[in-house]
Design a protein around this ligand. Structure first.
Ligand SMILES: Nc1ncnc2c1ncn2[C@@H]1O[C@H](COP(=O)(O)OP(=O)(O)O)[C@@H](O)[C@H]1O
Ligand SMILES: [Mg+2]
Length: 261
C-alpha cells in the first residue's frame, strides 16, 4: 500500500482482507499500539472506523513471499514475522472501489460528514501529528439514481496519534485537522462539539482502557508497560484541554470552521 508504514494488503484465514502494518515498519514499532488503541478509543466514541484484528504472519509465509519486505533508500529487508496490526478492508477489494480523497463537490454526498467533527475532537485529544486520514466508499441503495453516488467515510491511520513513537503531546493549532474545510461546514459554535466532548468524558472508562491494554501484544511496546500506562494517564488528564485546543484551531488564519461566527 502507499504510505510511510509500507503496509500490505493480505487475505487472512477468516476469509477477510486486511491492510497489515508490520512491527518493523519504517515509522516506529509503537505505531501498531497507536493504531490498536486509537481505533478502539475512536470506536468507543461512536466514530466510524475500520474493523481491527491482530494478524499473525508466519515466518514461512514471509520466506515464500519476496514482496513481503520493507524498503528504505538503501536496503530491503523482509517483514518481521509474528503479531501485526490489521485494519479491515471494508468489503471485497476486487469489487469495492475505495477513495482516499473526494473532490469538494462530492464531499457533500457523504452521508456521515458530521463525523469529521467528532474525529477532530478525537485527533485533538490524542494529538494526532498527521492530518486526519479517512477512506470513502460508495453506498449502494436499491432504486438509487445512478447520477448521484452517495458515500460513507471511515477513519483510518491512527499511527501518528500520541505523536507516533514519541508518546507525547506537542499540541499545535492546525494539527489533526482534515485537509478540506468543507467537512466542517456543520460546525456552528462550541456546541457542535459538545456531544463528542461528553463522550470522551463519559465513555472512556478505566475498565475499557484495561481491556484494550490487555489486548495489545507486549512486543509492540517492547514490554515497557510503564510507558504505556504513562501514556494512558496523560490521555486521561488531557480530556479537559480539548475545548481550548478546538478554539485555538478556530482562531487560525485557515478558518477551518466557515460557519462558526
Ligand atoms: N482498512 C483499510 N481498508 C482499505 N484500505 C486501507 C485501510 N487502511 C489503510 N488503507 C490504505 O492503505 C494506505 C496506507 O495505510 P495507512 O494506515 O494510511 O498507513 P501509513 O501510516 O503508511 O500512511 C492508506 O492510504 C489507504 O489507502
Ligand atoms: Mg496514512
Amino acid at each position: 500500500m502507499r504510505g510511510g508504514a509500507q503496509s500490505h494488503l493480505m487475505r487472512c484465514d477468516d476469509g477477510n482482507y486486511y491492510v497489515v502494518k508490520f512491527q518493523n515498519n519504517p515509522q516506529h514499532k509503537r505505531v501498531l499500539v497507536n493504531e490498536l488503541l486509537g481505533t478502539r478509543l475512536a470506536r468507543r466514541l461512536g466514530l466510524p472506523t475500520a474493523t481491527v484484528e491482530i494478524v499473525y504472519v508466519s515466518d514461512e509465509l514471509i520466506k515464500l513471499t519476496p514482496d513481503l519486505c520493507v524498503e528504505t533508500a538503501r536496503t530491503k529487508i523482509p517483514c518481521q514475522a509474528g503479531m501485526q496490526f490489521g485494519s479491515g478492508f471494508p468489503g471485497d477489494p476486487h469489487q469495492l472501489t475505495l477513495h482516499d480523497f473526494l473532490p469538494d463537490k462530492q464531499l457533500l454526498e457523504v452521508e456521515n460528514l458530521d463525523d469529521f467533527t467528532g474525529m477532530l475532537v478525537f485527533d485533538k485529544w490524542t494529538c494526532n501529528t498527521n492530518g486526519r486520514q479517512t477512506l470513502f466508499y460508495p453506498v449502494l441503495r436499491d432504486g438509487q439514481d445512478a447520477q448521484t453516488t452517495r458515500y460513507r467515510t471511515i477513519m483510518i491511520d491512527q499511527g501518528f496519534c500520541f505523536n507516533a513513537g514519541e508518546w507525547n503531546f506537542p499540541d499545535a493549532p492546525l494539527r489533526g485537522l482534515y485537509s478540506r474545510n468543507r467537512v466542517y461546514e456543520g460546525v456552528t459554535g462550541r456546541g457542535s462539539f459538545a456531544v463528542w466532548l461528553k463522550r470522551v468524558e463519559k465513555h472512556i472508562t478505566e475498565r475499557m482502557l484495561d481491556a484494550v491494554i490487555r489486548e495489545i501484544p507486549p512486543e509492540w511496546y517492547e514490554d515497557d508497560l510503564d510507558a504505556l500506562w504513562r501514556l494512558i494517564e496523560q490521555l486521561h488528564r488531557r480530556r479537559s484541554v480539548v475545548p481550548e485546543l478546538l478554539l485555538a484551531a478556530k482562531n487560525t488564519t485557515r478558518h477551518p470552521f466557515p460557519n462558526w461566527i
